[in-house]
Ligand binder design. Structure first.
Ligand SMILES: O=P(O)(O)OC[C@H]1O[C@H](OP(=O)(O)OP(=O)(O)O)[C@H](O)[C@@H]1O
Ligand code: HPA
Ligand SMILES: [Mg+2]
Length: 168
C-alpha cells in the first residue's frame, strides 16, 4: 500500500527531553574535534531552531563565546529562498576556522549551503538530518526520512487525545 500522507502528517514528534539528550550526544561527538588542539573557538547558532541545541552543546563543551546567524528559509512548511537576516561578528568568524555552527536539522540543505559559502572552514553540525541535506552537514546524530516532518517541542503543546476505541 502506498503512503499518501503529506510530510506534516507523517510526523516525528520530539520532546524536550529527547532534544536535550540528542543535543548532548552531538556535543560529546564534537568534543576535542576542533582544529589544532581539538578546541573550538566559538559556537554559532543558526536561529531560531539552532539556538536550543547550540546552548546545550556550548554548555557541555564549556564554550562561553556564542553568536548567532539568522537565516530564514521557511514560512511554516513552505520553503522559500534562504536569506541571511543577521550575521555573526566578522572578526570572530574569519573564514570559519575553529567555529562550530549548529542547527536543529538539515532538510534540503539550502540553509547550510548558504552559511557554508560564507564560512567554508567552519564545522557544521545538526541534531537531525534528512538524506538530501546530508552532504552539507559534517556531524549529526539521527537521520530522518525525507518525507517526514520533524516537530520540535517549541512548536508543540501537550493536549488531550481520544482513546483509540473512541475514534470513528
Ligand atoms: O535544510 P533546509 O531545507 O534549508 O531546512 C532546514 C532549516 O529550516 C528550518 O529553519 P527555518 O528557516 O524554518 O527557521 P527557524 O529556525 O527560525 O524556525 C530549520 O531550523 C533549519 O534551519
Ligand atoms: O522537518 C522539519 N521540521 C521543522 N522545521 C523544518 N524546516 C525544514 N524541515 C523541517
Ligand atoms: Mg532554522
Amino acid at each position: 500500500m502506498t503512503d499518501n500522507r503529506l510530510p506534516h502528517e507523517k510526523g516525528f514528534h520530539i520532546s524536550w527531553d529527547q532534544i536535550h539528550r540528542d543535543s548532548r550526544a552531538l556535543a560529546w561527538r564534537l568534543d576535542g574535534q576542533g582544529p589544532d588542539d581539538g578546541a573550538w573557538r566559538a559556537v554559532v547558532a543558526i536561529t531560531r531552531g539552532g539556538m536550543a541545541p547550540a546552548m546545550i552543546a556550548a554548555r557541555e563543551l564549556d564554550i562561553r563565546t556564542v553568536d548567532t546567524i539568522s537565516v530564514k528559509s521557511y514560512d511554516h512548511q513552505d520553503q522559500a529562498e534562504a536569506m541571511v537576516l543577521k550575521s555573526p561578528d566578522k572578526e570572530l568568524m574569519g573564514d570559519g576556522t575553529g567555529i562550530l555552527i549548529i542547527d536543529d536539522l538539515v532538510d534540503s540543505g539550502k540553509t547550510l549551503e548558504l552559511v557554508r559559502k560564507m564560512y567554508p572552514k567552519a564545522h557544521f553540525a545538526t541534531v537531525y538530518a534528512k538524506p538530501k541535506g546530508r552532504p552539507q552537514v559534517d556531524t549529526f546524530i539521527t537521520e530522518v526520512s525525507q518525507d517526514t516532518w520533524i516537530f520540535f517541542p517549541w512548536d508543540m503543546a501537550l493536549q488531550y487525545v481520544e482513546p483509540y476505541r473512541g475514534k470513528d
